[in-house]
Design a protein around this ligand. Structure first.
Ligand SMILES: Nc1ncnc2c1ncn2[C@@H]1O[C@H](COP(=O)(O)OP(=O)(O)OP(=O)(O)O)[C@@H](O)[C@H]1O
Ligand SMILES: [Mg+2]
Length: 264
């Protein structure tokens, strides 16, 4: 049975840290490299699902169904729907659903391995998981257990730094826990992506935040930084990918370069 070679979680504990933009963009970049790729929306608010403008194949056939099922073996393959952006043929989406928030308080035994189990037999080489902004908890546990790599998403401001710091600690706790269980731990850190970077006029605050990031995580910071462009938000509101517009090219190219590093 085939299974994805690489499963990448995009994670930060604060809201608006560019997780969804990074996850969607890296999934698109991967697919444009010709690799079959699946994007999983693990956020109950479903921002990524809305951006892709996709619907579950049938009502309730979404990522919440996977996490609610004690035996979700192979479910991801059934639930993934094709992305509608015809320029990106190798990309599928596992949509989120409102009932996903019911899973946030789940204490059922072994419920943290369900997402991992659902990926068995998935016909894709790469998976990108868009995490919600949580301090650990069941959804993050599922993401980490399913992943081979975690990528932090941050911004050069205080919130961005806090979000990465919290996520970094959650990952440490997760790895420690696995170690205590004697379970194999295949999770590695792919680095920190900086999104929505004000490349035209970096403010003094942004420069200070950059220095703090370098001091704290110098070896994890990935370049290039992703520039801020208004078209990113505009095209998302229209259910389109910014990379199909000329104004979005600097962002598209930055994520393309990051994808080559992250999936290497
Ligand atoms: N490179 C960019 N240029 C312009 N705007 C951007 C860029 N990257 C992200 N944004 C905008 O910043 C906002 C937050 O980004 P995003 O939704 O990706 O963050 P998030 O971490 O997923 O947030 P949440 O915690 O709500 O899930 C969005 O409005 C998005 O369009
Ligand atoms: Mg998001």
């Amino acid at each position: 049975m085939t299974s994805p070679e690489e499963v990448l979680s995009v994670y930060s504990e604060t809201g608006g840290a560019t997780k969804t933009t990074t996850a969607v963009s890296l999934a698109v970049a991967s697919a444009l490299e010709g690799e079959d790729t699946v994007y999983i929306d693990l956020d109950p608010r479903a921002a990524g699902t809305k951006w892709f403008d996709v619907e579950p194949r049938e009502r309730g056939l979404d990522v919440a169904a996977i996490l609610a099922d004690p035996d979700p073996d192979g479910w991801a393959e059934d639930i993934a729907v094709p992305a509608r952006w015809r320029q990106v043929p190798n990309l599928r989406v596992v949509p989120s659903g409102r009932t996903l928030s019911n899973r946030e308080t789940s204490t059922e035994e072994l419920s943290d391995i369900r997402l991992a189990v659902s990926l068995r037999g998935l016909k894709a080489r790469r998976v990108v998981i868009d995490c919600p902004n949580r301090q650990g908890g069941p959804l993050i546990q599922n993401a980490m257990t399913a992943s081979t790599k975690v990528l932090y998403a941050g911004k050069f401001d205080e919130d961005g730094l806090d979000g990465v710091e919290g996520a970094y600690k959650s990952v440490r706790r997760f790895k420690k826990h696995r170690e205590m269980l004697g379970a194999t731990d295949r999770l590695t850190e792919a680095g920190i992506v900086i999104g929505a970077w004000g490349d035209t006029v970096p403010t003094r605050d942004a420069k200070r935040a950059e220095q703090e990031f370098i001091n704290a995580y110098g070896n994890l910071l990935l370049e290039p930084y992703v520039p801020h462009r208004v078209i990113v938000k505009e095209s998302r509101a229209a259910g389109q990918y910014y990379g199909f517009y000329s104004k979005g090219q600097p962002v598209h190219q930055a994520y393309g370069a990051l994808a080559r590093k992250v999936f290497a």
